[in-house]
Design a protein around this ligand. Structure first.
Ligand code: M1P
Length: 251
């Protein structure tokens, strides 16, 4: 059984927040067990805007140890079984950082704000007007408010015009991922295609539409060809897809 799966020559690449787990939540153990069974014999990579610290909070060790690798911080770091293979560095633009401070002080969001609102990661910045150190209830409250008031969309469209050398992307539910051109998730397409020049690549992502932080990666993979993009609405859809493909009943 495992032998026939290995011969299928498919490589999976999957976003994390909103795709394998609801944003910033931990993967339940029963989900992790099913995922490990379903991807046994395949190459499976995680491609996330988040950093390793958050990945470890959300993805059980059993999954991390059994998949091919994890691209974190939009592909600016790469880990295999927890060991770092490379890391990119950038020097954040001071004027841009100042603009982010102004968006934070000028927000019309009517509730409490929290700390850690500019998180500088390898090769990228994550900006959240609300602040990353918020409790889950505040995250939900901001998500609803932002859905009505479009604060993140407005920031993205203004900053995209002012800083054409950067990409501003909505990934999760409270923040914006910011990368200099060339340091975005699309770099993961180059890396995975180089590692697997002939295999079919299947990409799972929830933000594959234009403006979402999976879009550039999806488009680059499509450009290389021999790729399927699977837009995910809930993590169970990943298991259903894998289950249908492998013929394994694990639901
Ligand atoms: O992958 C994109 C982002 O997903 C989450 O965003 P939020 O906190 O806005 O829901 C986080 O994991 C964030 O770190 C990540 O960049």
């Amino acid at each position: 059984m495992v032998h026939s799966i290995k011969n299928r020559d498919i490589v999976f690449v999957s976003d994390m927040d909103g795709t394998l787990v609801p944003s910033r939540q931990a993967m339940p153990l029963h989900f992790a067990e099913k995922l490990v069974k379903l991807v046994n014999g395949f190459h499976f990579y995680v491609a996330t805007g988040s950093d390793l610290c958050k990945v470890k909070e959300q993805i059980p060790r059993e999954v991390i140890d059994n998949i091919s690798g994890i691209y974190t911080s939009m592909g600016n770091e790469f880990y295999v079984h927890g060991e770092r293979i490379y890391k990119n560095r950038i020097t954040p633009d001071e004027i841009l950082l100042n603009d982010l401070l102004n968006y934070r002080s000028d927000t019309t969001y009517p509730h409490e704000l929290y700390e850690n609102f500019i998180e500088i990661r390898s090769g990228m910045i994550n900006f959240s007007v609300l602040g990353r150190d918020c409790p889950f209830e505040a995250r939900e409250k901001y998500q609803i408010w932002d859905g009505l008031n479009k604060e993140r969309e407005k920031i993205v469209s203004e900053l995209s015009v002012k800083y054409p050398a950067y990409r501003f992307l909505i990934g999760g539910v409270i923040s914006i991922d910011i990368v200099p051109n060339g340091f975005g998730k699309d770099q993961i397409a180059d890396k995975v295609r180089t590692l697997h020049p002939h295999e079919q690549i299947v990409f799972f992502g929830d933000m594959t539409e234009e403006g979402g932080n999976d879009y550039d990666l999806a488009q680059k993979l499509l450009k290389f060809g021999n790729t399927e993009i699977v837009t995910i609405r809930t993590p169970d859809e990943v298991l259903t897809y894998l289950s249908n493909l492998t013929g394994m009943e694990v639901m």
